[in-house]
Design a protein around this ligand. Structure first.
Ligand code: 5GP
Length: 205
């Protein structure tokens, strides 16, 4: 088999992107999807939609009962309670793409990333790449959380507390991106996607 004959016979990568709320990880994932570098795996959540968020694009916004039904139907690859709401990844948002050789990026908290890292699905293990996005300081993180202008002081305080806890987990990831400015962050993010797409580890026989 030659490299030429391998095209189209490749498993897509599954890039997990974690980092505290306000680290800019969602923006990085969205931008990669908007430029067709990867597909964005839309998650389910029980949190209320923020102004401007669209069902099916930003998240699938579900009631707690609907979310529990997804769990009992075994529709979720992982799920976790984050900042007092449930978040989960639909298997359908992952497998169809990676099996067709398309790369997928997903925004996920550290608990969900742990579940995927430890899952025994061989396809997921072969597809997996993990990135932690780290804000450059606590002040910057607080400024980003406050700057959204959509969350109450109470929600911001909870997110700040959880973020500091979440930042302890950076060393479980393959890559860590120390955030500086949007363009530099995106160049680094793009480089990971482009290099990992060349990895022979996802070529199928
Ligand atoms: P937000 O409410 O700011 O959109 O997201 C809150 C947190 O939930 C973020 O840390 C984000 O990474 C995480 N999150 C988003 N989707 C998922 C998911 O499908 N599973 C898990 N475990 N966490 C998620």
């Amino acid at each position: 088999m030659t490299p030429q004959s391998l095209s189209g016979n490749r498993l897509g990568m599954l890039l997990l992107v974690s980092g505290p709320s306000g680290s800019g990880k969602t923006t990085l994932c969205r931008r990669a999807a908007d430029t067709d570098l990867a597909s964005y795996a839309t998650s389910c959540t029980t949190r209320a939609a923020r102004p401007g968020e669209v069902h099916g694009t930003d998240y699938f916004f579900l009631s707690t009962d609907e979310f529990k039904e997804k769990i009992s139907n075994d529709d979720l690859l992982e799920y976790a309670e984050v900042h007092g709401n449930f978040y989960g990844t639909l298997k359908s948002e992952i497998f169809t793409h990676i099996e067709a050789g398309r790369d997928v990026v997903m925004d996920i908290d550290v608990q969900g990333a742990d579940q995927i890292r430890n899952c025994d699905d061989p396809l997921i293990q072969q597809a997996l790449v993990e990135l932690f996005v780290m804000p450059d300081s606590e002040e910057e993180l607080l400024a980003r959380l406050t700057g959204r202008g959509t969350d109450s002081d109470e929600i911001i305080a909870t997110r700040m507390k959880n973020s500091l806890e979440e930042m302890q987990h950076w060393d479980k990831y393959t890559y860590c991106l120390l955030s500086t400015d949007r363009e530099t962050d995106y160049k680094k993010f793009q480089s990971i996607l482009i290099s990992e797409a060349l990895s022979v580890s996802r070529i199928l026989d």
